[in-house]
Design a binder for this molecule. Structure first.
Ligand code: ADP
Ligand code: ZN
Ligand code: ZN
Length: 734
C-alpha cells in the first residue's frame, strides 16, 4: 500500500504529490486527509495524505516509509481532502483534479474601496418621489428610490449592477439631497446593506409544520435528507430561512445553493434582511481573490451562511450543520468539468462527514430525487398552494397543426395573439419563451436540401442579424452569401424560429409594443443579464422574448401572459432526460404568469398536444408526469431506476478513435461486471472544433459496479498510455 502526500495545501501546489510506503502497522488506520510526518530530503516535513493506492509511481526501492500519523481533531482541510477523494472515486478523474475543485485558489487579499449610499428621507417619502419620477419617465431614478425605500442603507455597487443604473443617476439624487454617498474601505465581504422597512412573514400552517418537523429532526440528530416539493411561490424559501435560523442559533453553519440565474437582487436582499452580516455570497463572476476572501471569512467563523452556486459547497466551515439545495433539479448542479460531480450527491456526502442535514427543494424535483423520496431514502414534504394571494395561471394548449389548417402560418396562434393584445391594452407585460436556442435560424437549400454547417463541427450554422453565420459551438463565423455552397442555388434561406426572428415578428404584429430579447447573444457582457431583467422589471418594455434563461426564478408581478412558442423543441433532443427537462421548463415558464393578484394566462403552442410531459405541465401535475416518466425509465433501464456511466472518447484522429473505443469496450467485457454495455456509437454531435467523439454507455443497478468498471478502465488506459496518448477519455455518472 502506498500513500500520495502533499506537503503544502495551496492551490498552486496541488499537483506536487510525493509517494510514500504505508508501513504495515498503519494499514487500516491511515485515512485520506490525515496529517503525517514524512522523511523529506535530509529532514522531516508534515503532509496530508491525499490518496491511498496500490500503484507505485516510481521504483519501490526508492520509496520511503511514512514516519508517523499526527493525531489531531479532524480539521477542515482533512474533510475537504476526504471529500475530494470521494469525488475522484465516484466520478473519475485524478485526485489532483478533484483537489483543485475543492481547494480555493489562494490570492492576496486586497482592500477595496466601496461607496455606501444612505437614504436621507423617510422610506414613504422616497416612494412618493419614486412615483413622481415615474410620471416624468425617469425610470432609473424611480427604481433607485424604490430600492432605497426598502433598504435605506446599501452599497452603490449593488445598486448600479443589480438595478443597472449609472452612477450618475445616484449622483443626481445626491445633489437633490435625497441620499448621501460615502467612501469607506472595507474588507471584501459580499454585501453591506442594512435592514429597512422589511417585514417578516409569519409562516402559514403548512410551512410551520415542515419547518418544525425538520428542526425537530435536527435537534434529535436525525440527519436524513429531506425533499420539499412545493409549487412555485408556495413559500419554500421562507421555510429554508426558518430552518437556517434554527441551525445558526445552535452555533452551526449553513451552505445554501441557489442556481446562479435565480440569485437576484431580491433574493439576496431577502436573506440579507433576515441574517445581516452573517451571510456571504459567491457567484461565478467573482475574481479568485474575492472568492478566496469570502471562503476565508467562513474559515475564520466570521460568516455563518454561504449562499452561492455549486462551488459554494466547498466553503471551509468548521461546523457545518445544514446544506440547502434550492431548485435541486437544475442541470447547473452537475459539473461539466472533471470530476463531473453532482452537487446533490456531493452535498449528501459532505453532510454525512459533518453530521449535517441536507434539504432539497423544488417545484419539479428531478426524477432522481423524487424516486429516492418514494423509496424512502429521503423524507418528503409537500407544499401545494401558493403562499401569498396569487393563484396559479390558466393554461391552454394550442395545437399548431390546427392553426396551419386554418391558414395561420405565423408564430403566434390566434389564442396567443388575442391574449397578447388584451394584455397590451391593459398595460400588462408578456413573456415569450422559445425553449431551445440551437434550433434557431439554420440555413437550408430548397433545391438540394443542404443545411449549411460549420466546417469544424457537426452542427448547423445560425444566421444572425447583419448577415453573419455563426457556429454556437466553436465561435466560427462567416458572412452569409445567399447561395447554396453545395449546388449554387439561390433558393436558400433561414428556418425562422430563433429569438431574433420572434423579436422581428413582434415588431410587425404589435408595432406599438416594445420588446426586449434575452438569450446568450444579448447577455454576453458581464452584467448583461441583470441589465435586461431590471429593464423589464422597470417596465421599460412590454414583451420579453427569450430562451430558458428567462424562465427561472424571476418574479415580475406585472406579467400576465406567458407564451411558449414551440413546446416540442426540447423534446426531441437525443437525451433520455428530454421529457423531464421539458416538463420542468414548461412548469417554470407557467409559473412566471400571474405572480401577483393579476390573473395569469399561459399558452403552450405545440405540434404534439397529447404529449404526456406537455399535458401534465399544463395542469402543473407533477405526480402524473412522474408516474408516466418513471415507467419509461424502468422499461428502458435508465436512471434513476438503474445507474448509468458514460465513457466519452475523443480524438482528432478518426481512425484511432474508432479503434480506441472498440478496445475500451473489449476491455470492459473482460471484467464480466454484469453491466449492460451499449455502444460504442458516435456522440450526438460527432465533431466539435475538429475533434471527434464516441460514446459507450454502461448500466447497472449497483453504482459500485460501475465505479469498479471505471477503475479497471482507468488502469487499462494507464497501462496502455502510449496507445491512448492522442485520445482523451472522460467518465460521467448519472
Ligand atoms: P418559493 O420559494 O416556494 O417560490 P417564496 O418563499 O419565495 O416561495 O414565497 C413566494 C411569495 O410568497 C414571496 O413573495 C413571499 O414573500 C410570500 N410568502 C411566503 N410565505 C408567506 C407567508 N407565510 N405569508 C405571506 N406571504 C408569504
Ligand atoms: Zn443546394
Ligand atoms: Zn463550429
Amino acid at each position: 500500500m502506498y500513500a500520495n502526500i502533499i506537503v503544502d495545501i495551496s492551490h498552486e501546489k496541488l499537483d506536487r504529490t510525493f509517494q510514500y510506503i504505508v508501513p504495515a502497522e498503519m494499514e487500516g488506520v491511515l485515512e485520506v486527509g490525515m496529517r503525517v510526518v514524512i522523511p523529506f530530503g535530509r529532514s522531516e516535513r508534515k503532509g496530508y495524505v491525499v490518496e491511498l493506492t496500490d500503484i507505485a509511481e516510481i521504483d519501490v526501492s526508492k520509496l520511503k516509509e511514512i514516519k508517523e500519523i499526527i493525531s489531531e481533531a479532524v480539521s477542515i482541510d482533512r474533510k475537504l481532502i476526504a471529500l475530494a477523494y470521494w469525488m475522484k472515486k465516484n466520478y473519475g478523474g485524478t485526485i489532483n483534479q478533484a483537489l483543485k475543485t475543492v481547494i480555493p485558489i489562494k490570492k492576496r487579499v486586497k482592500e477595496v474601496s466601496k461607496v455606501t449610499v444612505t437614504l436621507l428621507v423617510k422610506p414613504s417619502e422616497a416612494l412618493a418621489l419614486a412615483s413622481e419620477a415615474h410620471d416624468k419617465h425617469w425610470v432609473a431614478q424611480a427604481r433607485v428610490l424604490e430600492a432605497m425605500a426598502e433598504n435605506p442603507v446599501t452599497e452603490q455597487g449593488l445598486l448600479t449592477s443589480k438595478l443597472s443604473v449609472a452612477a450618475s443617476v445616484i449622483k443626481k439624487l445626491e445633489e437633490k439631497g435625497v441620499l448621501k454617498c460615502e467612501d469607506y474601505i472595507v474588507f471584501r465581504n459580499s454585501i453591506s446593506a442594512s435592514s429597512g422597512n422589511w417585514v417578516r412573514h409569519t409562516l402559514n400552517k403548512k410551512q410551520q409544520e415542515i419547518a418544525d418537523s425538520i428542526c425537530a429532526d435536527i435537534d434529535a440528530g436525525i440527519n436524513d435528507t429531506c425533499l420539499i416539493r412545493g409549487i412555485t411561490g408556495s413559500g419554500k424559501t421562507e421555510v429554508y430561512m426558518e430552518v437556517i435560523d434554527h441551525v445558526i442559533n445552535t452555533g452551526r453553519e449553513v451552505i445554501m445553493l441557489i442556481p446562479e440565474i435565480a440569485l437576484t437582487y431580491q433574493t439576496v436582499m431577502r436573506f440579507y434582511n433576515r441574517f445581516g452580516d452573517t451571510i456571504s455570497i459567491i457567484n461565478s463572476r467573482l475574481s479568485d481573490g474575492e472568492k478566496y476572501d469570502r471562503f476565508n471569512l467562513a474559515r475564520e467563523g466570521k460568516v455563518k451562511i454561504m449562499i452561492g452556486p455549486r462551488s459554494a459547497l466547498f466553503t471551509p466551515f468548521k461546523d457545518l450543520g445544514l446544506v440547502i439545495i434550492d431548485e435541486e433539479q437544475e442541470t447547473a448542479y452537475k459539473s461539466e468539468n472533471v470530476p463531473k460531480y453532482h452537487a446533490r450527491e456531493t452535498a449528501i456526502e459532505l453532510a454525512r462527514m459533518n453530521n449535517a442535514k441536507v434539504i432539497l427543494g423544488s417545484a419539479t424535483p428531478s426524477l432522481d430525487a423524487f424516486y429516492k423520496a418514494k423509496q424512502g431514502d429521503y423524507k418528503l414534504y409537500t407544499l401545494d398552494e401558493r403562499a401569498g394571494d396569487a393563484t396559479l395561471a390558466d393554461t391552454e394548449i394550442v395545437d399548431l397543426r390546427e392553426e396551419l389548417k386554418n391558414g395561420n402560418r405565423s408564430m403566434f396562434s390566434a389564442a396567443l395573439k388575442e391574449a397578447m393584445t388584451n394584455a397590451l391594452e391593459k398595460d400588462e407585460q408578456i413573456m415569450l419563451f422559445l425553449n431551445r436556442r440551437g434550433y434557431s435560424g439554420f440555413i437550408n437549400c430548397r433545391d438540394c436540401g443542404n443545411v449549411v454547417k460549420c466546417p469544424h463541427c457537426d452542427v448547423s450554422l445560425t444566421l444572425h442579424r447583419g448577415g453573419r453565420l455563426i457556429c454556437h459551438y466553436c465561435g466560427y463565423e462567416e458572412s452569409y452569401k445567399g447561395i447554396c455552397p453545395k449546388c449554387g442555388s439561390k433558393r436558400i434561406g433561414a428556418f425562422k424560429a430563433g429569438t431574433e426572428q420572434i423579436e422581428e415578428q413582434i415588431k410587425v404584429t404589435f408595432p406599438n409594443a416594445s420588446v426586449l430579447r434575452m438569450d446568450l447573444d444579448t447577455t454576453r457582457g458581464k452584467d448583461g443579464h441583470d441589465a435586461i431583467l431590471s429593464q423589464f422589471a422597470n417596465h421599460e418594455a412590454d414583451i420579453l422574448v427569450g430562451t430558458q434563461m428567462i424562465v427561472k426564478g424571476h418574479d415580475f408581478p406585472n406579467v400576465t401572459v406567458v407564451g411558449v412558442l414551440l413546446a416540442d423543441s426540447s423534446l426531441y433532443v437525443p437525451d433520455y432526460m428530454a421529457s423531464e427537462r421539458t416538463f420542468d421548463l414548461l412548469v417554470q415558464a407557467s409559473g412566471r404568469a400571474g405572480r401577483s393578484n393579476l390573473k395569469g394566462k399561459v399558452i403552450i403552442q405545440t405540434y404534439d398536444p397529447e404529449n404526456a410531459a406537455i399535458v401534465a405541465s399544463s395542469k402543473q401535475d407533477y405526480e402524473a408526469f412522474y408516474e408516466q416518466e418513471i415507467g419509461y425509465r424502468d422499461v428502458m433501464d435508465y436512471p434513476p431506476v438503474k445507474h448509468m456511466m458514460s465513457v466519452k472518447i475523443a480524438s482528432a484522429d478518426e481512425a484511432l478513435l474508432a479503434g480506441a473505443s472498440l478496445k475500451i469496450k473489449a476491455e470492459s467485457l473482460k471484467s464480466e461486471s454484469g453491466a449492460v454495455i451499449i455502444g460504442p456509437a458516435n456522440a450526438s454531435i460527432y465533431k466539435i472544433n475538429d475533434i471527434f467523439y464516441r460514446m459507450i454507455y454502461y448500466k447497472h443497478s449497483d453504482y459500485d459496479v460501475l465505479t469498479a468498471v471505471k477503475d479497471s478502465l482507468e488502469k487499462h488506459i494507464r497501462d496502455n498510455e502510449e496507445y491512448y496518448r492522442k485520445c482523451s477519455i472522460q467518465f460521467d455518472f448519472r
